[in-house]
Design a protein around this ligand. Structure first.
Ligand SMILES: Nc1nc2c(c(=O)[nH]1)N[C@H]1C(S)=C(S)[C@@H](COP(=O)(O)OP(=O)(O)OC[C@H]3O[C@@H](n4cnc5c(=O)[nH]c(N)nc54)[C@H](O)[C@@H]3O)O[C@H]1N2
Ligand SMILES: Nc1nc2c(c(=O)[nH]1)N[C@H]1C(S)=C(S)[C@@H](COP(=O)(O)OP(=O)(O)OC[C@H]3O[C@@H](n4cnc5c(=O)[nH]c(N)nc54)[C@H](O)[C@@H]3O)O[C@H]1N2
Ligand code: SF4
Ligand SMILES: [Mo]
Length: 739
């Protein structure tokens, strides 16, 4: 094994205490990490978003650093036994370079694909996109952000010309007179954010939550609308209908700051409140109260999250809420606006720097000749050699190993075996690959299928930047170097590029370029001499690549971030202020006007029927994170949320003869999973809910639908048709309890 595991950032003694941010969600709570002897502790830190608050995941985040399950050596699948065996870095990198070379020689460049994650730092997201396009020269790169943010991103782009989750600082929530949360459960998904909701209500504001379940968030609301999953679009159109008839529309704002309102008038005219009530189950009186609370407020904010977005009509649903916000004159008005609650740690930055199939750094479009020329210049390659657009995540995963799809895949920062929709199918696609490479610090369910597993550094072991849900660029700081045998993702990309070059896959001019660090240093350079593995050097290149783009980071430096509480993009110049609030004077569209788009309700991709008579929806619990690879291994979190469950209403349970805690089987056209029933009056009686954090027989994604939004490619995680059976029953008896 070489000792090149050390990242270039490892200079001198690692600090004993660093100010940094939580590794998990997009709130990116400020924390201090302290190392005393062998003990690493997490201390809360006063930061503008969390004000000293942390959730249980944040408090326990350091536990994984020295966890016994931690990967500390590469693993290679032994062809004789079929088992993963420890191997040297040289052997692992050689196996990958040879394998990628073979696949590309036989099937062409696009036969290799890259899958990234919204948890990667900006530097890694950028390097990964560049690695795909410059070193592998494949068009196939996409990432798990498609599952997360893409519908709100697409809706924001088409309405405002830019996609920044919150176009205002989070603290604005605390001062809103009316706050509408649609399909968001921050009490579990971003607990420290609740302080802003509490402040809002203490100031006399009105909180309205739209969720099919009376969640911990909805229980704090003044008004809870409990629609059937998948009917938010109709609810939004009805709210705009009421706003029109009751005179809440801001005519002068609509006239001077927007275009396209007349087309929207036509569609919402048909959405009289009783029609929306019949479809969604939300009483007319509640719709009217909501429209009134928004329409009469001085400061009103509308926020969406995954409940509204993870649908095959997610873009149109978000657009309907954006239309409502625009008609009321909210975006750009001080203290008001529309925003989306970004989810993953770097969900925002991860979607700006080139991990998306159709995108280049700075949120540039890969099919835009000017964008290509700019980025090619920074990268030192001819623009015509940059590949074109690939395909969105689900389409990519579903094509793997097939006659028309990639035959090799590299995964950085995602666990699709648990988190992809219709996961049984995706798992089998992954098994069909000629070569699966996974970089992770734990053996995730996806890594367990890999031919090569590369042990990578954790968040506290490398520097970098993250962009939080407000578009605020933050510094993540290393407390200590990675353990022996472990390399950072950037070092892995640099080392892989070198191997590819040695194997003759990458012409050397791409490797050594005078304009700054490319992916690696010269082939054969001494271990540790990897400018491309230095995150700050990568950030400097990212600044140049993003300059002039929508997400312009050119004026942001690590020093500037250090001197402030983070820097909001766009920030084109280092000597000018950043942009905490957008849209005060104009939108990012060519004419500066926000655009209305008429949108119509349509049914879910899969509707209930006698065989599958229940609506199934999915989401999160406080103590587990995403595919659970990390949090299922933390003792305190396992105690708090030990296993999957199926939430159902006592009336439904009564009809099915299911008792609380009894194991049930949830069955859809695509598969089934099992978990104990959890009876709760908080859910609609026609709907069943399960969290998606567990694997194997308890994997909720074995049943979810893989229908995707036609614009964003986001899967319909939030609704499909299922039936429920007692799991104890014999297969032969199954059908009896299904309605
Ligand atoms: N504890 C924890 N926190 C997390 C995460 C985690 O895994 N665990 N993940 C992070 C990430 S990546 C993300 S994206 C965010 C997600 O944050 P949220 O969007 O808050 O989380 P979800 O639980 O997926 O969905 C929110 C709510 O949508 C509701 N819902 C389901 N179907 C519908 C529908 O059709 N309409 C409406 N209006 N609501 C519906 C669900 O009942 C659920 O309460 O959380 C982040 N924070
Ligand atoms: N049914 C259902 N399914 C869903 C959702 C839902 O609401 N319902 N939500 C979707 C959403 S919003 C999301 S965001 C996805 C998330 O689902 P995934 O994409 O699976 O996300 P994670 O579980 O965070 O996976 C991250 C993996 O990368 C590793 N990792 C973490 N940081 C790094 C790093 O810096 N480098 C490397 N190399 N590895 C790292 C972790 O150990 C973990 O194994 O799930 C989606 N799936
Ligand atoms: S809310 Fe999110 S960022 Fe804050 S401590 Fe919890 S997981 Fe970490
Ligand atoms: Mo997400």
């Amino acid at each position: 094994m070489t000792d090149g595991a050390r990242p270039a950032t490892r200079t001198g003694q690692a600090p004993r205490e660093v100010t940094t941010h939580c590794p998990y969600c997009a709130l990116q709570c400020g924390m201090t990490l302290r190392q005393e002897e062998d003990r690493i502790s997490v201390l809360p830190r006063d930061f503008p978003t969390n004000r000293g608050g942390l959730c249980q995941k944040g408090w326990t985040s350091a536990e994984l650093l020295d966890h016994p399950d931690r990967l500390t050596t590469p693993l290679l699948r032994d062809p004789a036994t079929g088992r993963l065996q420890p191997a040297s870095w040289d052997a692992a990198l050689d196996r990958i370079a040879t394998g990628l070379g073979e696949v590309q020689r036989r099937h062409g460049r696009d036969a290799v694909a890259v899958f990234g994650g919204g948890g990667l730092t900006n530097e890694k997201a950028y390097a990964l996109g560049k690695f795909a396009r410059v070193a592998l020269r494949t068009r196939h790169i996409d990432y798990n952000g498609r599952f997360c943010m893409s519908s709100a991103a697409a809706a924001g782009m088409r309405a405002f010309g830019v996609d920044r989750g919150l176009p205002f600082p989070l603290a604005d929530l605390g001062r809103a007179d009316t706050l509408l949360l649609v399909g968001a459960n921050p009490a579990e998904t971003m607990p420290p954010l609740v302080r802003w909701l509490t402040e809002q209500r203490q100031r006399g504001g009105t909180l309205i939550v739209v969720d099919p379940r009376a969640t911990a968030t909805a229980r704090q609301a003044d008004l809870h609308l409990q629609p059937l999953p998948g009917t938010d679009l109709a609810v939004a159109n009805a709210l705009l209908h009421i706003a029109l008839t009751e005179g809440y529309v801001d005519g002068s704002y609509v006239a001077t700051r927007t275009s396209g309102f007349t087309d929207v008038l036509r569609t919402v005219a048909g959405w009289w409140p009783a029609r929306a009530e019949a479809l969604s189950g939300v009483p007319v009186a509640d719709l009217e109260a909501t429209a009134r609370a928004l329409g009469t407020a001085e400061r009103a904010i509308v926020l969406t999250a995954r409940g509204a977005e993870q649908h095959a009509k997610g873009v149109d649903t978000v657009t309907a809420f954006v239309n409502l916000a625009l008609a009321l004159g909210l975006p750009g008005r001080p203290g008001s606006g529309y925003g989306c609650l970004t989810g993953q740690g770097n969900g925002q930055g991860g979607r700006e720097h080139g991990q998306k199939a159709d995108q280049l750094p700075g949120y540039r479009k890969i099919d835009d000749p000017e964008a290509r020329a700019h980025v090619a210049e920074v990268w030192g390659v001819p623009a015509h050699e940059l590949p074109g657009a690939g395909v969105p995540a689900y389409q990519l995963l579903d094509s793997l190993g097939t006659t028309h799809g990639p035959r090799a895949l590299l995964v950085f920062g995602s666990n699709p075996v648990v988190s992809a929709p219709r996961a049984t199918r995706i798992e089998s696609r992954l098994r069909d690959l000629d070569l699966l490479v996974v970089a992770d610090f734990l053996l995730s369910e996806t890594a367990a299928l890999a031919d090569v597993v590369l042990p990578t550094a954790q968040w506290a072991e490398e520097d970098g930047t993250m962009t939080n849900l407000e578009g605020r660029v933050l510094r993540r700081r290393a407390l200590r170097p990675p353990p022996t045998g472990v390399r950072t993702d950037l070092a892995i990309l640099a080392d892989l590029t070198t191997r590819l070059a040695v194997k003759g896959r990458v012409p050397s001019y791409r490797l050594v370029h005078s304009k700054g660090p490319l992916l690696t240093s010269k082939p054969g350079a001494a271990a540790g001499e990897r400018p491309a593995a230095d995150p700050q050097a990568v950030f400097e290149e990212l600044r140049r690549a993003s300059a002039g783009g929508l997400a312009d980071y050119a004026g942001i430096s690590w020093d500037r971030i250090d001197e402030t509480d983070g820097v909001f993009w766009p920030c084109p110049r280092s000597d000018e202020p950043d942009s905490p609030r957008l849209f005060a004077d104009r939108f990012a569209t060519p004419d500066g006007l926000a655009r209305f788009h008429p949108v119509e309700h349509r049914p879910a991709a899969e509707e209930i029927c006698p065989e599958y008579p229940l609506h199934f929806t999915t989401g999160r619990v406080l103590a587990q994170y995403q595919s659970g690879t990390q949090t299922r291994r933390v003792a305190a979190l396992r105690r708090a949320a030990p296993e999957a469950f199926v939430e159902l209403h006592p009336d439904l349970a009564g009809r099915l003869g299911v008792a609380d805690g009894e194991p049930v089987r949830v069955v859809s056209r695509r598969g089934e999973f099992r978990a104990p029933a959890r009876l709760s009056p908080a859910i609609r009686p026609d709907t069943v809910f399960a969290p998606f954090h567990w694997a194997g027989a308890a994997r909720a994604n074995s049943v979810t639908n893989d229908a995707v939004d036609p614009i964003s490619g986001m899967p319909e995680f939030k609704i499909c048709a299922v039936r429920l059976e007692k799991a104890a029953q014999d297969d032969a008896e199954r059908s009896g309890v299904s309605s």
